[in-house]
Design a binder for this molecule. Structure first.
Ligand code: SF4
Length: 329
């Protein structure tokens, strides 16, 4: 990692396999941009995944598929680190050490924990409670200054900062660094149903590396302004997710044209979608092509991940050695 940049970014995401537009616009695009200014460490958090999955059958494949999409989208492994959490076991030790300076009540009070209890009352496991401690260990091992996350993760970053203060106070040190949060520009992307956040489990997603035909099919299924029944009815782009995606993928002139013409029924939804399809296909073509290349060169991808695992492990060992020394092990 070079020292000419402004600091170090860390971010992680669970291995969910092939990525979709929601993942791209909400996180990956930001990951790519951040590389210009920061040393970046991007982690596929497969240990975290164990808190919620019923089976690990697809874990390895999902990890690999996600790495492919990250690389295809523009993560540059020569200057950034991309690695798999479970391949750096130091994180488990730091997690345990940090848990000793963490009041249990703080964890059980977190809104994200309460939400998980509501979602999976049959499986309120210890890992679920300790999730923010493991996340803190991830961030702190790499001495990250900045963590790009969605607003729903804000309490976790604040929690990590408190853990740092508790640890540094107890051991009279400044060895751990308080991270700052960087909110993502597009925290929520709706699915093709126009109602819920884009998600694979809801099957309302458009895959990042989808073929032109797949993109066409998905966009054509998109729900538009529900009040616009006939072609002659004026529409309201403000409530239409097709328009939201136009604002991301189309030129300002085209967005303005849709905005005006939709309201006076000058453009039909099918034509409007066809225009969006062209823009999305254009934008995703380089990602699709790179993914195709990478999926034909699996050894290259595995080498990138192994090198990332090794680099992050070296870094983590150094931080953990300092922590162990301070404690007096
Ligand atoms: S014309 Fe476009 S923006 Fe207007 S309702 Fe139809 S799809 Fe949505």
């Amino acid at each position: 990692m070079t020292s000419a940049k402004r600091g170090r970014v860390f971010s992680g995401a669970r291995p969910t396999g092939r990525q979709h537009l929601g993942n791209y616009l909400g996180a990956i695009k930001n990951y790519v941009t951040l590389q210009d200014e920061y040393d970046c460490v991007y982690c596929i958090v497969d240990l975290h995944a164990l808190t919620t999955v019923d089976t690990t059958e697809n874990l390895r494949q999902n990890t690999y598929e996600m790495a492919l999409d990250w690389l295809a989208a523009g993560i540059r492994p020569v200057e950034s680190i991309i690695f798999v959490q479970s391949h750096v076991p130091e994180v488990a030790e730091l997690h345990l050490i940090l848990s000793m300076v963490t009041p249990l009540g703080k964890l059980t009070d977190l809104p994200t924990f309460k939400e998980k209890v509501r979602q999976q009352p049959h499986n309120v496991n210890y890992g679920l409670v300790g999730y923010p401690v493991l996340m803190s260990a991830d961030i702190l091992l790499y001495k990250a200054n900045l963590v790009p996350v969605g607003v729903d993760q804000e309490p976790h970053i604040e929690f990590a900062r408190e853990v740092v203060r508790s640890f540094n106070y107890r051991y009279n040190t400044s060895v751990l660094i308080e991270p700052q949060m960087k909110a993502t520009e597009f925290p929520k992307v709706l699915g093709i149903d126009g109602q819920q956040k884009m998600s694979k489990s809801l099957n309302n997603h458009i895959e990042l590396a989808s073929t032109p035909q797949e993109t066409t099919e998905r966009v054509m299924q998109m729900v538009t302004d529900p009040q616009r029944i006939r072609r002659s009815d004026p529409g309201n782009p403000d409530v239409c997710n097709v328009f939201s995606l136009h604002k991301i993928f189309s030129s300002p002139e085209e967005v303005e044209m849709v905005n005006v013409e939709c309201r006076r029924a000058g453009i039909g939804c099918v034509d409007c979608k066809k225009r969006l399809i062209e823009r999305v296909i254009e934008a995703l073509e380089p990602v699709r092509a790179k993914r195709e290349y990478l999926s034909r060169n699996t050894d290259e991808v595995r080498q990138i991940l192994e090198a990332g695992n090794q680099k992050s492990r070296t870094f983590a060992e150094r931080t953990l050695a300092g922590v162990r020394e301070l404690i007096g092990f």
